[in-house]
Design a protein around this ligand. Structure first.
Ligand SMILES: Cc1cc2nc3c(=O)[nH]c(=O)nc-3n(C[C@H](O)[C@H](O)[C@H](O)COP(=O)(O)OP(=O)(O)OC[C@H]3O[C@@H](n4cnc5c(N)ncnc54)[C@H](O)[C@@H]3O)c2cc1C
Length: 177
């Protein structure tokens, strides 16, 4: 069961475990992707079908925060159905001669909370600045205050997660015979 501490195991009638058990990405690998991934795909259930968007994020334990404009399609969808999945892909490498791709990825499942208190919104924005603009923390405070009233924060509470990896082949030394 490759879940973060405190979250329920992945196995569930609607959430099967990774079928290829030889391709599991371990908990440390999953955390690494959730801590370092530049963006992920947030997938929602719209009345018209699936709706997935690329979006920046920051993880804080078993929570993932996103920031966005206070209006838009994703917010309309989340107001009706807060269940989502969020997928982050790490390193990939196409291996043409084997007709395959090496990869590592994690998918988290959970619900998105909106309408968060100001204190939590500020803390989340600081985490985003620390992740994406660590050298601009001071300027980030000014920027945050200026745009605070028009910035929504979404919190994904992780209920389950699975990680999968197809290992990179060892690189051949340049002049290997
Ligand atoms: C690497 C990356 C990081 C991003 N980070 C953030 C972030 O941190 N916060 C944030 O709010 N947004 C981010 N975006 C933009 C994000 O993907 C959405 O466009 C944005 O959040 C608006 O979503 P919405 O549903 O409110 O858009 P709306 O404008 O309400 O959507 C209307 C329609 O526009 C189309 N659409 C919306 N987004 C996209 C898209 N990305 N590509 C193609 N068509 C689209 C869809 O057809 C949708 O039905 C990021 C995008 C990328 C590529």
């Amino acid at each position: 069961m490759n879940n973060p501490a405190g979250t329920p195991p992945a196995s569930h009638p609607h959430h099967p475990d990774v079928r290829r058990q030889d391709r599991l990405l371990d908990a440390a690998g999953q955390e690494r992707l959730l801590d370092t991934g530049e963006y992920g795909c947030l997938s929602m259930n719209s009345e018209a079908g699936g709706y997935g968007i690329p979006i920046s994020f920051v993880r804080d334990g078993a929570r993932i925060y996103f920031h966005c404009a206070p209006v838009g399609r994703k917010l309309d969808i989340l107001a009706r159905d807060s269940r989502v999945s969020f997928c982050v892909v790490g390193k990939t490498q196409v291996i043409p001669h084997q007709f395959t791709t090496a990869y590592e990825s994690v998918i988290v499942f959970g619900r998105v909370a909106t309408g968060l208190p100001d204190e939590e919104r500020r803390a989340a924005l600081r985490l985003l600045v620390a992740k994406y603009c660590p050298e601009y923390k001071e300027l980030g405070e000014t920027y945050m205050e200026k745009s605070f009233h028009r910035t929504a924060i979404l919190r994904l509470d992780i209920e389950r997660q699975t990680g999968k990896a197809k290992q990179m082949p060892p690189r051949k030394p340049p002049f290997a015979g």
